[in-house]
Design a protein around this ligand. Structure first.
Ligand SMILES: *Cc1c(COP(=O)(O)O)cnc(C)c1O
Length: 369
């Protein structure tokens, strides 16, 4: 069996044609028809009024927080179990990330823990829809309204996931997406912000492009950034977005095979994220948590899977145990356990039933003793 990678981008639409158009017409930087079209179509996809394309998903988070006025002294609550970009965007504003534990069933941020972490300095809450599964947005928006604290959704891993019939990203004050090469759809590098708030949108637009006055060239009204997306990235992103339903169908097809086989062959040995409604999860990753019945360490299992030519990844490490954010006084046992015992399985559109069977059979041989 050839090596099975954890993630593979698939370009089976107009990506190449659009990219060639950029080169042929010379529209290669931050102006051009693909930027506008990508933004409009993505806003429509999420059911949001506005969308802003940026150079990557980390700067989209920073741009949102900056435009909301997050500054030194402010606290921003987020799960400790996330990708490091969420925390980095907060410190980039000079503010303090406040890490909270995960729910043991969904692995997403525990709303109860968010509420307990609120102080007078809390200025935002960032739920992260981990591995494609929507957070409990009903509980989180209730807290947001009760304490008047805006929610910024980190939807980098969850394009298209729904909560209560709304697409994630469109539920809080603003939502952030990533189009890195391993995400559900990609533009190489890239990010997108969606929001319904016109003032916030205008502030973000200003800060995205050097704070330049829209009606006076080289006149800058704010100290700002260059966080623009190129037309070439947008060309690829638009090609992908035109096929987003296909991409989402593949994710679901693969997850159904995994879930069936994991429950048949590894019952009691692994658990997966609990999904109440199938629309809540778009399965950016198919992840599994090793139960106490599994005697080998996670890293040993990953090594043995590698010998079968299968790439596996650990779950993220919690922010509060890593050097830049270390705080060993924090009590987040759920996230720590997930990080120690969690695995990500190959998850991409090119996997067929034969490959998934091979993956689960290898896993079974390695962990069932
Ligand atoms: C991928 C990702 C981001 C943004 O990543 P970029 O590589 O900067 O596009 C942010 N948050 C989470 C949770 C992610 O997985």
């Amino acid at each position: 069996m050839d090596r099975i990678s954890i993630a593979v981008p698939v370009f089976n639409g107009n990506e190449k044609k659009y990219l060639m158009e950029c080169i042929d017409t010379g529209w290669v930087s931050a102006n051009g028809r693909f930027i506008n079209e990508f933004q409009e179509r993505f806003a429509e996809f999420c059911g949001s009024k506005y969308a802003l394309a940026c150079s990557n998903g980390t700067v989209t988070l920073h741009l949102i927080l900056k435009a909301m006025g997050i500054q030194p002294g402010d606290e921003v609550i987020m799960p400790t179990l996330t990708y490091v970009a969420t925390a980095n965007a907060v410190v980039e504003c000079g503010a303090t990330p406040v890490f909270v534990d995960s729910d043991p069933d969904t692995w997403n941020v525990d709303p109860q823990k968010i509420e307990e972490a609120i102080t007078p300095n809390t200025k935002a809450i960032i739920p992260v829809h981990l591995y494609g599964l929507s957070c409990d947005m009903t509980a989180i928006m209730t807290i947001s309204k009760r304490f008047c604290i805006p929610v910024v959704e980190d939807a980098a891993e969850a394009h298209g996931a729904k909560w209560d019939n709304k697409r994630v990203g469109s539920i809080g004050k603003a939502g952030s997406f990533s189009f890195f090469g391993n995400k559900i759809i990609t533009s190489g590098e890239g990010g997108m912000i969606v929001t319904d708030d016109e003032d916030l949108y205008n502030r973000m637009k200003l800060l995205r492009a050097q704070g330049v006055d829209p009606s006076r060239r080289y006149w800058h009204v704010a100290r700002a950034y260059n966080y623009r997306m190129t037309n070439m990235q947008a060309a690829v992103g638009l090609g992908q977005l035109e096929n987003v339903d296909w991409h989402l169908q593949q994710r679901l097809r693969i997850a159904n095979i995994y879930n069936k086989q994991l429950s048949e062959k590894l019952e009691g040995y692994v658990t997966v994220q609990k999904v109440d409604n199938s629309e809540n999860h778009v399965y950016w990753m198919n992840s599994a948590m090793l139960t106490d019945k599994v005697k080998k360490s996670r890293d040993q299992i990953m090594k043995e899977m590698e010998a079968c030519n299968i790439e596996m990844r650990p779950l993220f490490y919690p922010m509060h145990i890593m050097p830049p954010y270390r705080d060993l006084t924090l009590n987040c046992p759920v996230a720590e356990k997930l990080a120690e015992r969690g695995i990500n399985l190959p998850s991409h559109a090119l996997l067929d039933e034969e490959k998934i069977t091979y993956i689960v059979d290898c896993l079974q041989k390695i962990i069932v003793e």
